[in-house]
Design a protein around this ligand. Structure first.
Ligand code: GTP
Ligand code: MG
Length: 261
């Protein structure tokens, strides 16, 4: 093949290797999921099945890409953090982004029926993707804090909005106007204590690849539906699902390996 007179065309391909020694963050976002969620009657404001399907697709990505150590998901988006020193696909931008985007998308479609057994998928969903490079741990921390704050703000707004419409009898236009003091509306009018809503909705999903020593027996965590055992060696690498705060220091202090290399 290389000897063919046509092979010179390969030299037109543009190298796109990502800067070495930087953290790679890949963010995927569902395309026009406002539409997809309506067409498939997602529960408002939060559909647990849809969120779990997203978590499952993210786990498939983490199983495939060993250097993805952390992922954060909310609504129709997921962010993946590669360790700084990763040499995955020689750090080629397009190869990394397209493979993750298509794996996530095909997993979403492939497993749809398990999460929505009564609702056939009506058309092929798509996700867009982007890669952002961050030079140090501080920007990575701030990136994930930004996404979690976004999850919180959106959820607070959406929870109040749909309480006004579904239980308060307001039109969607009225509800938009009413939304000023969200906590108070929720509590005084609908007796919903925002802080007692499921953590999944308030904080999003945090998937962490954690190494757990395994001596003979399977650790308790590996038996949970929320974990996947990735190998059978003495150190078991598992993807563990949390719905926790990733803005404060505690999460990161307890897992220095996420940002160390
Ligand atoms: P683009 O991303 O720009 O293509 O538009 P989008 O329509 O996907 O909107 P965006 O990504 O900004 O927001 C995601 C949208 O998905 C939300 O506005 C909701 O309409 C919908 N969505 C995501 N999760 C849920 C859910 O759990 N329940 C419901 N009912 N809708 C959801
Ligand atoms: Mg979207």
């Amino acid at each position: 093949m290389s000897g063919s007179k046509y092979a010179y065309v390969k030299s037109y391909e543009t190298p796109d290797n990502l800067l070495p020694g930087t953290f790679i963050v890949v963010r995927l976002d569902g395309h026009a999921f406002h539409n997809l969620s309506q067409k498939h009657s997602f529960i408002r404001p939060n559909d647990e099945r849809a969120l779990q399907l997203m978590d499952n697709a993210a786990r498939d990505v983490m199983d495939e890409f060993k250097d993805v150590v952390l992922a954060f998901g909310e609504s129709d988006e997921y962010s993946f953090l590669f360790r700084k020193t990763t040499a995955v696909y020689k750090r080629r931008h397009a190869k990394i982004l397209t493979t993750i985007t298509s794996l996530f998308t095909s997993s979403y479609v492939f497993h749809w029926h398990r999460y929505f057994p009564e609702t056939p998928l009506q058309y092929p969903p798509t996700f867009d993707g982007r890669i952002v490079l961050y030079p140090s741990a501080q920007e990575v921390r701030d990136y994930f804090a930004w996404r979690q704050v976004d999850a919180h703000i959106n959820n607070l707004y959406n929870t109040t909005f749909w309480a006004l419409v579904q239980q308060g009898g307001e039109s969607t236009t009225q509800a938009h106007h009413t939304l000023k003091t969200k906590h108070e509306i929720l509590f005084s009018r609908f007796n919903i204590n925002y802080n007692s809503l499921p953590e999944r909705f308030r904080k999003g999903s945090v998937l962490v690849k954690e190494d757990t020593p395994v001596e003979g027996e399977v650790p308790e965590k590996a038996q949970s539906l929320d974990t996947r055992d990735l190998n059978n060696s003495k150190t078991s690498s598992q993807v563990v699902l949390h719905h926790c705060d990733i803005i404060k220091d505690d999460f990161w202090d307890a897992r220095p390996f996420l940002l160390s290399k």
